[in-house]
Design a protein around this ligand. Structure first.
Ligand code: NAP
Ligand code: MG
Length: 398
């Protein structure tokens, strides 16, 4: 390796898996060059969350990061960890520093059939993670009256429209988004599409929302001009369609594309698509910034229930696939950026060794009831990694 990978450690069961993955699947095979940031909750509390900001800054500097799942504190965690403050979600902090979009993709295997029969390839959901209903303001009107939308421009320009003349009580909501954020979203989507050689589908409801959603569509069209030549060269397609047409097409499709969604659509559709593909433990996630910085992680959390079992000395069977794929994704990207074919090859072999393991029926408990056509044998967290290591060594020595 020539450039360091930004390594962000995390919490609970995934922190345990993190160390095991490094010990068994990375360090014996790769001369790892990493800049380590401990994003475990204790360290975040100790550094007043500066460590999260430093890790994000390092990602900006080096371009590729791999992150372990982390606890987002709530009231219960305040007392459990004796925290000084209810620190914000690290993912939120990193996302806002990198101004990135999150892409979620299921890891698929032949013996786990998606709920939708036609799906043969993974579907990646890109969710615009800024604004709309998530940054709304609302009023509960208790009586008759007039609701107005008012804009006061910095230069004194004023625009006012009546939302509704209420004859009785009702509800009102104001939403916004910015050209800058929508444009970043579009850049991230097209970059990731070129990177993974997949089409981009984008959907909104611009027949109804003629200014708001229409602006999303316009910005995507404008930004696409910069990527058009690359798309043509790679035989890729960008197309826009209405959200209702998109859902119908997604269900009829074979998969294998990126579905770019507005914030709310992405929130809802990502849960639907991930559940339909099988298991949260098999869902990967990558944050891509508009200037092409990448942060890889698993989509699941720290698997608290398994961690408490582990602390009691009980055996766990936690699925490390998504975390391993975060490592392989990050190493492959580092290899691509630095021109290191051996590193790219290692990342591919590591993923193939994982597939060999699952395809031979060696799995963690969460997958046992999902598998068809092979007789699964459930192993514990560590043995699962050792089984992958065995197959990885075989591949690398072949
Ligand atoms: P979770 O950690 O994803 O786990 C929820 C349940 O899903 C688990 O109890 C387990 O079910 C199953 N599961 C998830 N990942 C699995 C895996 N790799 N192998 C096997 N089973 C798996 O979600 P949570 O319990 O809601 O959240 C726990 C903590 O994670 C919270 O503190 C939250 O803030 C944090 N979190 C972090 C991230 C992130 O860093 N990206 C994302 C989400 C949540 P069974 O118990 O039935 O086996
Ligand atoms: Mg949600």
């Amino acid at each position: 390796m020539t450039t360091p990978l930004v390594e962000m450690d995390g919490d609970e069961m995934t922190r345990i898996l993190w160390q095991m993955i490094k010990d068994e699947l990375i360090l014996p095979f790769v001369d790892l060059k990493a800049e380590y940031y401990d994003l475990g909750l204790e360290e975040r509390d100790k550094t007043e969350d500066r460590v999260t900001i430093e890790a994000a800054e390092a990602t900006k500097k080096y371009g590729v990061a791999v992150k372990c799942a982390t606890i987002t504190p709530n009231t219960a965690r305040m007392s459990e960890y004796n925290l000084h403050q209810m620190w914000k979600s690290p993912n939120g902090t990193i996302r806002s520093i990198l101004d990135g979009t999150v892409f979620r993709t299921p890891i698929t295997i032949p013996s786990i059939k998606p709920a939708v029969k036609s799906w043969q390839k993974p579907i990646t959901i890109a969710r615009h993670a800024y604004g709309d209903v998530y940054k709304n303001v609302e009023i509960r009107a208790e009586q008759a009256g007039v609701a107005k939308l008012v804009f006061e421009g910095a230069d004194g320009q004023r625009e006012e429209v009546v939302i509704h003349e209420f004859k009785g009580p009702g509800v009102i909501q104001g939403q916004h988004n910015t050209d800058k954020s929508i444009s970043s979203f579009a850049h991230s989507c097209f970059k990731f599409a070129i990177d993974t050689k997949q089409d981009v589908w984008f959907s909104t409801k611009d027949t109804i929302s003629k200014k708001y959603d229409a602006r999303f569509r316009e910005i995507f069209d404008e930004v696409f001009e910069q990527y058009k030549a690359d798309f043509e060269r790679l035989g890729l397609e960008y197309f826009y369609t209405l959200i209702d047409d998109a859902v119908a097409r997604v269900i009829r499709s074979e998969g294998g594309f990126i579905w770019a969604c507005k914030n709310y659509d992405g929130d809802v559709m990502s849960d639907m698509v991930s559940t339909a593909f099988g298991s949260l433990a098999m869902m990967t996630s990558v944050l891509v910034s508009p200037d092409g910085k990448y942060e890889y992680e698993a989509a699941h959390g720290t698997v608290t229930r398994h961690y408490y079992k582990h602390l009691k000395g009980e055996e766990t069977s936690t699925n490390s696939m998504a975390t391993i794929f975060a490592w392989s994704g990050a190493l492959r990207k580092r290899g691509e950026l630095d021109g290191l074919p051996e590193l790219i090859n290692f990342a591919n072999q590591l993923e193939d060794a994982c597939f060999d393991t699952l395809n031979e029926g060696v799995v963690t408990k969460d997958l046992v009831n999902l598998m068809q056509g092979v007789t699964p044998r459930a192993v514990n967290s560590r043995d699962f990694l050792l089984e992958i290591r065995k197959r990885l060594e075989k591949r690398l020595n072949a």
